[in-house]
Design a protein around this ligand. Structure first.
Ligand SMILES: [Zn+2]
Length: 426
């Protein structure tokens, strides 16, 4: 048996209440890092700002000492200097692109992970946690009031900013209201961090008595979908097995006709939803944890990027995605932290896990967490330090206790760096 009883649920609602009280006493959302500088860099010369140090330039990247000159938020010039000429040897690194999040469940950070099978162990159960409509997350979100939803997402956005993330792609539950709440949270956060919003229509499940054609031709569906496509960057589908096949095809066609992005979870628990997901011709696949070689060949043929969420897969016990096979097939792999209820939205941690589990090269991991994500989300203005791109950079303290003595900064960044090594965000 798995699942959560009412006492768990009541406990979670009590946590929401406590958090709301904290917010009112202004303890939530503060920026506790005293050494952290927002808008880092010196003001000099003909440009707005110059940042000096060891630059992780380009996508591969090339590590060069020098200055990055910025005007109106755009990188104007990268000046290479000799190491001996440098006063600062801090690392200048592109900020991360977090290719998959659900920040709507930020108030559910300590969920029960499953039913106890012994006094000291749980049986993990993905469906009980997150599957719509009755998974714990969805029951929780239904009960969550609008103010708490906005406030908690605002704190998650602050946290991601502080963790060196410049863009995050969120699967936002709750239809128009859910999407609008995220936009409000983003505005309230007031930080230079860009959401890519994948909205989700509030639709019936495959078991619904309403036929797919009746639903998709109803005014309520059409109105909601039109408004969603208006305010969102795309549509994020929970999975091909969660919706009626006809409804899914309609969603895909309407999304694509408006030139918006379609992203979908696939192959997370098993591979039964991979083929139907691919038939929708999505722009981005999430997870593909249980994909087999033939699935990956089809993905590679279709040129679809995959966002992997390894820590999430470990928490929910669904297995580990075949990341090396994805790379073997030439698939562009990017990285997401998935639900805040399962893991902190921390891309450093995600890199540590990927490196330790798979032995992927440092250069490839760097790319997966930065430019591959930017490409997958159509954010070509960011993801690498190059002339003409937005100056989405973080400056890491190469003399921190954690980073000092490192001889290979790329390896150090990928395998060891942490958010508390960040001196400032540019
Ligand atoms: Zn997800």
């Amino acid at each position: 048996m798995s699942g959560f009883d009412d006492s768990d649920f009541i406990r979670l609602l009590e946590i929401v209440d406590r958090t709301e009280k904290e917010r009112k006493s202004e303890t939530a959302g503060n920026f506790p890092k005293s050494t952290f500088k927002d808008g880092y860099g010196d003001y000099a010369g003909d440009y707005d700002r110059v940042v000096s140090g060891l630059i992780f330039a380009g996508t591969e990247p090339d590590l060069i000492y020098g200055n990055v000159y910025i005007q109106d938020g755009i990188i104007q010039e990268i000046e290479e200097l000799r190491e001996s000429e440098m006063k600062s040897k801090n690392w200048i690194v592109p900020r991360f692109v977090n290719a998959h999040t659900h920040i709507g469940d930020t108030l559910l950070k300590d969920p029960p992970l499953g039913s106890e099978i012994t006094p000291y162990a749980y049986r993990r159960d993905l469906d009980s946690l997150v599957r719509p409509p009755n998974g714990l997350k969805h029951r929780f979100l239904t009960e969550l009031d609008a103010d708490s939803a906005v406030c908690s997402m605002e704190s998650a956005i602050w946290e991601m900013y502080q963790n060196g993330i410049s863009v995050f792609a969120d699967f936002r539950e709750g239809g128009i209201d859910g999407a609008a709440a995220l936009l409000e949270a983003s505005k309230n956060a007031g930080r230079d961090i860009h959401p890519i919003l994948f909205g989700r229509p509030t639709l019936t499940s495959p078991e619904s008595s309403v036929s797919g054609s009746a639903l998709t031709s109803s005014n309520s569906f059409l109105d909601e979908f039109r408004d969603l496509l208006e305010i969102c960057d795309g549509i994020g589908v929970s999975g091909a097995n969660d919706l009626d096949e006809y409804v899914l095809a309609k969603i895909a066609a309407k999304t694509q006709s408006k030139r918006k992005r379609l992203a979908i979870h696939a192959g997370e628990k098993d591979r039964s939803d991979i083929e139907p997901a691919l038939s929708l011709d999505p722009d981005l696949l999430i997870h593909m944890t249980n994909a087999e070689k033939t699935d990956l060949e089809a993905v590679a043929d279709a040129g679809i990027p995959i966002a992997v969420c390894v820590r999430s897969n470990l928490v929910t016990g669904v297995g580990l995605p075949p990341v090396l096979s994805m790379l073997d097939e030439g698939i562009s792999v990017c990285v997401g932290t998935d639900n805040v209820m399962l893991n902190a939205p921390d891309m450093f941690e995600e890199l540590h896990f990927l490196s330790k589990i798979y032995g992927i090269t440092d250069a490839m991991l760097f790319k997966m967490a930065t430019s591959n994500g930017a490409d997958a989300l159509g954010c070509r203005f960011t993801g690498s330090i190059e002339v003409g791109k937005k100056a989405d950079m973080m400056v890491l303290n190469s003399k921190s206790l954690n980073l000092k003595h490192i001889k290979d900064p790329l390896a150090g960044f990928v395998r060891r760096a942490r958010a508390d090594d960040i001196l400032g965000i540019v």
